[in-house]
Design a protein around this ligand. Sequence first.
Ligand SMILES: Cc1cc2nc3c(=O)[nH]c(=O)nc-3n(C[C@H](O)[C@H](O)[C@H](O)COP(=O)(O)O)c2cc1C
Length: 190
Amino acid sequence: MNDDLDPGAILNDIWSRLTAGQKHRAHPFYLPAVAITGIDGAPTVRTVVLRAVEQEARLLSSQTDRRSPKCAALRSNPSAVWLFYDPPVRLQIRIKSVATIHTDDSIADAAWAAVPTTNQLNYLGELSPGTVIPMVYRSPTQWRAVGRENFAVVNCLVNEIDWLMIHPEGHRRLRITYDRGAVLSEWLVP
Ligand SMILES: Cc1cc2nc3c(=O)[nH]c(=O)nc-3n(C[C@H](O)[C@H](O)[C@H](O)COP(=O)(O)O)c2cc1C
């Protein structure tokens, strides 16, 4: 079978694109959208920075303010779906995952140590993200150690990948499912 239609090769290509997305700010996969179920049961979605990718561990990771409503929502329902789109190749990748929030452990400590000081300022606000305020927000400009308390890593274990390539010779869609130790792949009607 042609290499570009081999499910194993496609899976490796997916992970190498994710890895490239995490490393390069200009890559379209650097800024995926992540959808979760809000506390009220309605879907919610937002852009995040893809902060870590590990194929072996099936890990996708982002970072956020622990006071953000999405942390409470994920504790209630940890399902998270990631959406990646690469315009030049017209490739859509949707990834179902289960999220774990890390705030007070070595995972959060190590990630915080790698956050540039300028980005640490994002975690210094006195009010929770989403709080209504009487005038436009002004970011803190002076670094204080307190930012660490508000920092959270959201690690997501990948369970299923839906790969769709819009292709001149016919669109192609593959579903890859991690089933305990096995990796299953199925072609789908696009
Ligand atoms: C370019 C860009 C990158 C962003 N990266 C993150 C991020 O890594 N983590 C995060 O929590 N929010 C990030 N945001 C903000 C979210 O999209 C969202 O507006 C915010 O988290 C509050 O919404 P929520 O509480 O519903 O998630 C980013 C927004 C943009 C436009």
